[in-house]
Design a binder for this molecule. Structure first.
Ligand code: NAI
Length: 474
């Protein structure tokens, strides 16, 4: 059976931050929308605020006055829950029992064919459907904040969700100008699960005292991430970020891979919650201190340089140093500088390379800061690639390679476990958290054997569950 929601009459329940945005997007797509909130006056207030926002857009010429009037005319603040609708989008408080009670109330009013979509960000859709008269009509429709701007919608199926319902909500989200991806209801769905290592690896590096927060942030920004993990955790708030990490840890039966960080617990205990409390990793309003300006390095000199390995990094060295001899069949990638290896990290430490050696991080961008460990004179050759070498402790995988490998690993597990497919994971991470590329795009460029080898070395170094390689990568 195909189900078509393109002309659906919509009821949005919860006129808070998310519900107001959802009502706007639905009304702009032409739907008649009722907006209900348990707090008296909240729906009217949300509509008045929306009117202001849309008027502002019209003043800037981004919308016509007619479009503003038509959108607002389609939104009706409702005094009570209504049954004369085809789709309910629920965006109330994030609480299992309160949401279940709402669904029971709604099911007493709605026709059998009506669909209920929940915007829950963390509660199991399977669990929410329990006790419903028609559990097959409940589906997750997980928008991101701010709703009118963020393209991603995770369409989350619980165990009992009818595939036709998920498909209809998927098609509807696309009609609303969004990029929907299918997800199976598992802890964190797609984005909040795959993103865990972005925070966790930064916290591990800090716990190992491998690098300062500003260096970690600078290197990941240079790799194309909008914000480094430390400044991002400061922005989200350590209390919130720590709570999500704890809930993902618990929801996975305390799989040690998701173990929360003592470093973050300390910040929470101290009340150093980030921007909102004036202090987290950094102090605010100042924010992260700039890294020291790189010393104007003299052009590095050597009697004999050889480019080792194949792939994008070897090609960059070859292009920057034309006529340099090559050893494409080498078992490492980088430059041999008078017998001293400058080696792209493969999870080995500089100490394992011999005297004068250095390892450098995965260069994902054309320029900017890049971490290295080992001999600074050898690492100075990174400047020929337009990169600014930054010294850190000699730990496996450095900053970017370690973080990206773990993001790939988590995405691989998610795909293996049927949470999403590869294209869905890529779209979700690019659109939901603005990653510069999707995990499977990184994987295609880097190669599964290299990613698995790096993770194996991290695993060997740490001897725990955190770095176990996803069977999907094998
Ligand atoms: P909010 O606190 O801004 O709005 C919630 C609204 O629901 C309030 O106006 C409240 O009065 C109303 N409400 C509470 N219980 C109700 C009930 N039983 N019946 C009718 N109205 C009720 O919260 P926000 O941020 O809009 O979140 C709503 C939902 O969206 C939550 O499930 C949250 O997890 C999810 N979500 C939030 C995101 C965010 O960035 N804030 C992102 C994605 C999902």
């Amino acid at each position: 059976m195909t189900l078509d929601l393109s002309q659906a009459r919509v009821l949005v329940v919860g006129a808070g931050l998310m519900g107001a945005g959802i009502a706007q997007v639905a009304a702009q797509a032409g739907h008649a929308v009722q907006l209900f909130d348990a707090r008296a006056g909240a729906a009217e207030a949300a509509k008045a605020k929306l009117a202001q926002t849309l008027d502002g857009l019209a003043a800037k010429g981004r919308l016509t006055a007619d479009a503003v009037a038509a959108t607002l005319a389609r939104i009706t603040p409702a005094a009570a829950l209504a049954g004369d609708v085809d789709l309910v989008v629920e965006a109330i408080v994030e609480n299992l029992d309160v949401k279940r009670a709402l669904f029971a109330e709604l099911e007493a009013l709605l026709p059998d064919a009506a669909v209920i979509a929940t915007n829950t960000s963390s509660i199991s859709v399977t669990a929410l459907a329990r006790g419903m008269r028609r559990p097959e009509r409940l589906v997750g429709m997980h928008f991101f904040n701010p709703v009118p701007l963020m393209k991603l919608v995770e369409v989350v199926s619980g165990l009992g969700t009818d595939a036709a319902v998920a498909q209809a909500v998927f098609a509807l989200a696309a009609r609303w100008g969004k990029t929907p991806v299918h997800a199976r209801s598992t802890p964190g769905f797609i984005v909040n699960r795959i993103a865990r290592p972005y925070y966790a690896e930064a916290l591990m590096l800090l716990q190992e005292r491998a690098a300062a927060p500003e260096l970690i942030d600078a290197c990941l920004r240079a790799a194309g991430f909008r914000m480094g993990p430390c400044e991002l955790m400061d922005l989200i708030g350590h209390d919130t970020n720590f709570a999500v990490t704890q809930s993902v840890f618990a929801a996975n039966f305390f799989d040690r891979r998701f173990t929360p960080s003592l470093v973050q617990q300390e910040l929470v205990d101290a009340g150093f919650l980030g921007r909102k409390s004036g202090r987290g990793f950094y102090r605010y309003p100042e924010g992260a201190p700039a890294l020291p300006a790189a010393a104007a390095a003299a052009a590095p000199r050597a009697a004999r340089v050889v480019v080792h390995g194949r792939g994008p990094v070897a090609e960059r060295f070859a292009a920057a140093l034309p006529d340099t001899p090559r050893e494409p069949d080498s078992d490492w990638t980088g430059l041999d500088v008078d017998g001293r290896p400058l080696c792209l990290t493969d999870g080995r430490r500089a100490a394992e390379l011999g005297a004068g050696g250095a390892v450098f991080d995965l260069p994902l961008a054309a320029a900017g800061d890049i971490a290295f460990a080992g001999d600074a004179g050898t690492a100075a050759w990174l400047a020929v690639l337009g990169l600014t070498p930054r010294a850190m402790a000699d730990v496996p995988g450095l900053v970017v390679a370690r973080t990206v490998a773990m993001l790939i690993n988590e995405a691989a597990d998610a795909v293996q476990q049927g949470v999403c497919d590869e294209a869905g994971a890529d779209a979700a991470m690019k659109l939901g958290v603005n990653y510069p590329a999707g995990p499977f795009e990184w994987l295609a460029a880097w190669g599964a054997p290299a990613v698995a080898a790096l993770l194996d070395r991290l695993d060997h170094h740490h001897r725990g569950e955190r770095y176990r390689v996803s069977p999907y990568l094998r």
